[in-house]
Design a protein around this ligand. Sequence first.
Ligand code: SAM
Length: 221
Amino acid sequence: MNTYQDTYKHRGLRNGLVAKLKIKGITNTLVLDAIGKIERHFFLPSEFEMHAYEDKAFPIGEGQTISQPYTVAYQTQLLKLEPNDKILEIGTGSGYQTAVLNFCNVIVYSIERHEALSKKAAYILNKLACKKVKLAVGDGTKGWLTNAPYNKIIVTAGAPSIPKILINQLVEGGILVIPVGNENIQKMVRITKLANNELKTEIFEDFSFVPLLGENGWKGK
Ligand code: SAM
C-alpha cells in the first residue's frame, strides 16, 4: 500500500531526476521546479515506489502507463505556458502530468477514457491540493466543448493524425502539442493557431506513447 509519505530519500532522488532532465536539455525552470517538488511516487503502484524517480514510464493499470518524466517535461515545455492559461489535457492517466500543469499556475481540464484511472488520479490530485484541476471521463479526441476555447491543448497518447476538432477548440494564438505517427513511434508536433485560422506546424523528437483511442483517434479497439 502506498503510504503517501515524502521522505528525505524521495526528495534526494527527485533532485537527481531534475539534474538528469537538465542534462537532457530541459531548460524551463518552472517545469524543472514542478518535477523537483511533485511526489511522483504517489502516482505509481507501491511496488514501483523506489523506482519513481528513474526517467522511465511505468504501468498504472488498465494497460496504460505514467509517462516518462522527460516526456512530461518536454511536452510541458513546448506548451509555452502563461499564468492562468486554460489547458485541456487529453489522457489524464495517473494524473502526474496534470499535477505538473497545476504547479505551473494554469487552469487544467483533463479527460481520461478509463474511469478507474480518472478516479485514482482524482484521489491523489486532491491529496496534493491541486485546486485548479477539473477531471472528466470520456473520449478526449472530441475535446471538451463545454469549457472551450483553450489557450493550450496537450495530448498524452499517440494519435494517427491531428483531430481538427481540437484545433477548433483553441483560441487564436493557442497551441496544441500532440504526438503523431503509427502505433509504435510518433513525432512530437506543435501546432500554433494563427490569425485567419492559419496553422504553424513544428515537428520535434520521436516518442513512443500508448495509442489515442476514440472517434478521432485509433479506432476498433
Ligand atoms: N500524462 C499521463 C501520465 O503521466 O500518467 C499519461 C498517461 S498515458 C501515456 C495516456 C493516457 O491516455 C492513458 O491513460 C489512456 O487511457 C488515455 N487515452 C487514450 N485515448 C484517450 C481518449 N480518446 N480520451 C481520453 N484519454 C485517452
